[in-house]
Design a protein around this ligand. Sequence first.
Ligand code: HEC
Length: 137
Amino acid sequence: MKCKLFFFLYFSSIIIVLIFSTCAENPYRQGEQLYTFYCSSCHMEEGQGLRGLIPPLAGADYWKDNQDKLACIIKNGIEGEIIVNGKTYNQPMAGIEKISSFEIANIINYVNQSWGNDIPFKNFEDIEAELEICAPD
Ligand code: HEC
């Protein structure tokens, strides 16, 4: 009887350790998948953009300096001339109407911590508040 209990505890602790280690390995995994699905076709796999046409998100001053506008850009798109790392871009980007605030938060935090970017974590509440501002009436 004692022996059975020992094995039960032994194996359940292994399983718990395994669950925790896979979670800790890549905290932005969902953000990575969403980025690949929604953004990488234009901004490319490593956020490098496409020369002259699509601005980069990796090491981009625009991304870093406009952290409070990103949620609205993702949701509603952006158009008109913008300057990213000294280069001018002027091609409209469509928004993703059906994306959730949670998915937006995951994408932003994934990009904030990828490809050499080291921008502090943005919390979900801030993103919700920013989306309120640009929501249609
Ligand atoms: C169909 C192509 C396309 C897709 C898909 C796309 N973008 Fe863009 N994005 C653009 C273009 C083109 C611009 C430049 C807009 C302009 O000139 O005003 C841009 C600009 C931006 C900017 C502002 C400039 C910068 O470099 O920081 C951000 C932020 C951005 N995109 C984020 C995203 C994110 C995040 C996704 C995925 C959720 C995404 N984009 C999906 C084409 C795209």
